[in-house]
Write a protein that binds this ligand. Sequence first.
Ligand code: GDP
Length: 194
Amino acid sequence: NPFAGARFLLSCAQLSQLPDDDRPELVFAGRSNAGKSSALNRLCGQQALARVSKTPGRTQLINLFEVPLGRLADIPGYGFAKVARDLRESWGALIGRYLETRANVCGIVQIMDVRHPLMPQDRQLLEWAAARALPCHVVLTKADKLGYGAAKNAMLAVQRSLAQVPGLSVQLFSAQAPSGVEALRERASVLLSQ
Ligand code: GDP
């Protein structure tokens, strides 16, 4: 597993705090509670790697993890209705600028609950990625919550809906089963390497 040695690097609230080099950064995005931390932990085979991203005070930050192929950037979950408006706006400003201007970003892994895919903010992020021609890998997680046929149908519906987006791939995943972990490792490795 090329992600086994992942280790936390830093949390940053300002783009100026990001490392000044040319290592690729693969962004992990998703709605709050979609299962992003669980997917990151499975990817890296570590129980509590992404716990850092849930530490109070770090939830609104970009958290970077060092891996041999580059870095994983865990960006805060969106769609958090309870967060005050000014926090939401600073989130949008930080993440928007990060995704629009950070040259290191090499691709996006978008985590969605297979039962609630393609919510408005998911689509907004996909549009951001498309505007920069960034390859995007959609991970439909919690597949264990659906039967095999229903999960497969959900994936086909997402694929159909996004068929026009170049450089996009979709997979089923479950952190609980677990399933789809190897497929995620393969795709994440490719995105970091190209
Ligand atoms: P995050 O907010 O996107 O980082 O989501 P978490 O990884 O913290 O997961 C949110 C909730 O969903 C937790 O209660 C997890 O245990 C649960 N969860 C995450 N992934 C899966 C999965 O693949 N299957 C099931 N059944 N539950 C999951």
